[in-house]
Every structure is written in structure tokens, then in C-alpha cells.
Design a binder for this molecule. Structure first.
Ligand code: HEM
Length: 405
């Protein structure tokens, strides 16, 4: 079966990149949950796909049978070397704990709170650019959601903001193009690693290192007094740059798209700004962007299926977030939903390290947008483009905006 042929049976021959599925995957997962909770495909190197929260929870908590050495929804075949080592996301126990612990201080609430005023400033700059055009139109994805996360992470990591277009291009090639064009992903990955190698070499020549995450990672010492190996350091820099951009860009985009198409929710949020954090959790649940994967390391069963070493298992967290066994009315987007232990940030030991930062960026992005454009709506007949695969999000959201003035 080639990946071009249309899918006739989603349980036995799914295609994660089928354009209709990318646009609206939820009916497929709903059908699978009732019929065959763990689907299979031979396409794109082969994979299993659970559709219920229960199996997602099982896989993410079972590091004896599932490894994170390969986390791409497509990628090298078993036995081939992974594209990249990027601790902690590609690490398994026992190495994972240390790699994660090193990063925790940078992503805890205090340092993230400090970034809030700058994040607000960035949001206002982007809005000012839109207003300066004065035509009452905007692309909420291309002119807003896309820029905020890359500017914030550049600042945190200590890489020049003037390289923004380059970072966006790398993220696009690694996460949006790479899953269906492995060579494009490989080339972009090498470019990112070479960029950080250069930057680190330049820094080692400096007498004093600036106070940022890159310096912290260069200067940190392990328990044995040794610095991080070059491979670890470069892989972690790659991860921090890439993990925080497309994901947050997608989540800000789908939140604004929801509001642009649901005037009653927009009106309520403008009237009740205190509801924004709760609404954001609901947008994260309902439009969760990230699908990860694991590689099976020892024979096991999942949802009644027999899995063998080397098999790839997709982790569609967005499917778990719509599971009626866990969420009441899962297909309804309820901006005041109270019980909402969603899996948008993953489950188990690899749960997102950047969730405080992502939540702050999302809240600020939505608050500033609503303050500037309390009424906005999707342009009639607009062509909203979704990108799918590893990170799903709207890439173009043409809206009409009316300013608050
Ligand atoms: C809405 C935005 C975001 C979403 C939905 C998201 C989602 C996820 C998910 C699902 C995982 C689990 C991976 C796995 O199980 O294999 C993860 C891990 C991770 N995320 Fe995020 N993420 C977001 C933003 C960020 C940001 C802003 C950063 C900051 C750089 C970040 C850094 C990380 C890191 C370092 C890990 C690996 C943690 C580990 O392996 O222990 N993420 N993220």
C-alpha cells in the first residue's frame, strides 16, 4: 500500500497524513475507539495508533516495553540510527531523570513569570504592526501566533532575535515537512546543530557569559564535576529551540481560530477576562497539537494487539483528550470546563517541561489579542490551512479585526 492511495479502513491501514484526516481527525478517532482501539498501518514504515486515553496512559508509563529513542511519527526504521539525540525527550531511564532535572529550574514558575512583561511587549508589537496596515484584516497565524513563541524562546535561550526567520524555517522543515520528507528533516537538523556548535564556540572565547539558558547549559557541572558532553549540549539546545515554537504557535493559532468562529465564546471571554486561563486549558484539550511516538523494545500487548520489538507506536494525545471515558461531552468545546486533566502536554515521565512557559505565552497571547480586537471573525470563505503529523495546527487564519478604539 503506498501512502498516496486513499484509506478505506482506518483500523488496518491508517494514514496519519491523509489531508482529510489532517483537517479533521476527530471522527476517525471516535470511530476507532468503539471498533478497534489500537489501529495499525503498513504505510510510512508502519505504526500502531491507540485512540483511547487508557492505552496512551499505559504506553507513556511503561518505559520497560517502550523507548523514546525514536519519537517521530515517521522516521528511521528499526535498527537504523535515530535522527538525533535530544535529552531528555529522547532519553530513557535511568539517563532521563538527570537530563530533565538539569532543565527544571529554567522552566519553573518563577523564571517564567519574569518573562511575562517581555512576552506582553512582543504581543503588542505584533498587534501594532497589524494595526499599522489599517485595512482591518489580519492573518492570526502568520502575523501573530507564529512569531510570539520564537521570539520568547530566542530571548530565553540567548540566541539572536535577528535569526527569527531562520529558526522558523528550521522548525518548519524539521516538524512540518520532515515527517513526510525525511531527508529535508535530516538536513535541517544538521543545520541547527551546526548553528549551535558555532554559537557555543564563539561563547567559549568570551570572558563573561551572558545570563541565559545557553550559558547555563554550557557552564552546568554534573555530579562528577564534568560538563555536559557536546552531543548532549547540542541535542538539548536543538530540543529547546524546536520543542517550544511550533507547538505553542499551533496552540495560540487554534485558540484564536476557535474564537474567530464562535462569537458567543468570544463575547464571553471579552466580558469575563478572568475566564481566559480556564478557556485556554479547554483549547489545549480540544485542539491538542502534539503526537509523539515510542519504539517497542520488548514483546507486549496493547489494547488486545500483539506488539513486537522495533514496532512504532504513535501517541496521539489529541485523541485521548476527546475520549468520552475521561471527559464529559468531549466533542464540545466548553470554555468554562472545570474538570480538565487533559493530556495535551503528554503523560508520564516525559510530560512537557515547558508547560508553564507555554501556558503563560498562550494566556498573554489571547489576553492581548482580545484587548486589541474584542470583535474579530474569520473572513468569509477563508482558506484555513492545517498542518498535521507531529504537530497539528492552523497555518493560516485570515480574520477581520475591529479595534477596541
Ligand atoms: C502548547 C505548547 C506545547 C505543547 C502542546 C507541548 C507538548 C509536549 C508533549 C506532548 C510532550 C511529551 C513528549 C513525549 O511524551 O515524548 C512534551 C515534552 C517536552 N516539551 Fe513541550 N509542549 C509545548 C510547549 C513547550 C515549550 C514552550 C517548551 C520549551 C522549550 C517545551 C519543551 C518540552 C521539553 C523539553 C519536553 C521533553 C520533556 C522530557 O522528555 O522529560 N514544550 N511537550
Amino acid at each position: 500500500m503506498t501512502s498516496q492511495e486513499p484509506v478505506t479502513d482506518w483500523a488496518k491501514d491508517f494514514d496519519y497524513f491523509d489531508p482529510e484526516f489532517v483537517n479533521d481527525p476527530y471522527p476517525v478517532w471516535e470511530e476507532l475507539r468503539g471498533r478497534c482501539p489500537v489501529a495499525h498501518t503498513e504505510r510510512r514504515g508502519g505504526a500502531w495508533m491507540p485512540s483511547r486515553y487508557e492505552e496512551l496512559n499505559q504506553v507513556t508509563h511503561d518505559t520497560e516495553h517502550y523507548s523514546s529513542v525514536m519519537i517521530g511519527v515517521t522516521g528511521p526504521k528499526p535498527g537504523e540510527s535515530p535522527l538525533l539525540v535530544a535529552p531528555p525527550i529522547t532519553s530513557d531511564p535511568p539517563d532521563h531523570a538527570l537530563a530533565r532535572r538539569l532543565l527544571l529550574p529554567a522552566f519553573s514558575p518563577k523564571p517564567v513569570d519574569k518573562l511575562e512583561p517581555t512576552t506582553r511587549g512582543i504581543a503588542r508589537e505584533l498587534i501594532a504592526d497589524i494595526n499599522a496596515r489599517g485595512d482591518g484584516l489580519a492573518d492570526a497565524a502568520r502575523e501573530y501566533s507564529q512569531h510570539l513563541p520564537v521570539r520568547v524562546i530566542s530571548l530565553m535561550l540567548g540566541v539572536p532575535r535577528s535569526d527569527e526567520a531562520q529558526f522558523t524555517d528550521w522548525v518548519t522543515r524539521v516538524l512540518q515537512i520532515g515527517p513526510t520528507d525525511l531527508e529535508a528533516g535530516r538536513v535541517a537538523t544538521k543545520e541547527v546543530l551546526a548553528y549551535f556548535k558555532d554559537l557555543i564556540e564563539q561563547r567559549t572565547l568570551m570572558e563573561e557569559h551572558p545570563d541565559d539558558l545557553l550559558s547555563y547549559l554550557m557552564d552546568v557541572r554534573l555530579e562528577d564535576g564534568e560538563p555536559l558532553s557536546e552531543k548532549h549540549l547540542l541535542g538539548t539546545c536543538f530540543l529547546i529551540l524546536v520543542a517550544g515554537i511550533d507547538t505553542t504557535w499551533s496552540s495560540i493559532g487554534s485558540s484564536l481560530l476557535h474564537l474567530a468562529t464562535h462569537p458567543e465564546d468570544l463575547e464571553r471571554l471579552v466580558a469575563e477576562p478572568d475566564l481566559v486561563p480556564t478557556a485556554i486549558e479547554e483549547f489545549l484539550r480540544a485542539y491538542a497539537p502534539v503526537t509523539m511516538a515510542r519504539m517497542v523494545t520488548a514483546e507486549t500487548t496493547l489494547g488486545g494487539q500483539q506488539l513486537c520489538p522495533g514496532d512504532r507506536v504513535l501517541l496521539p494525545f489529541p485523541a485521548g483528550n476527546r475520549d468520552p471515558a475521561v471527559f464529559d461531552d468531549p466533542e464540545q468545546v466548553l470554555i468554562d470546563r472545570q474538570h480538565n486533566r487533559h493530556a495535551a502536554f503528554g503523560l508520564g515521565i516525559h510530560r512537557c517541561l515547558g508547560s508553564n512557559l507555554a501556558r503563560m505565552e498562550l494566556r498573554v497571547a489571547v489576553e492581548e489579542w482580545l484587548a486589541a480586537f474584542p470583535t474579530f471573525s474569520l473572513v468569509e470563505g477563508a482558506d484555513v490551512r492545517w498542518n498535521g503529523g507531529q504537530v497539528r495546527g492552523p497555518r493560516s487564519i485570515p480574520v477581520q479585526v475591529a479595534t477596541s478604539a
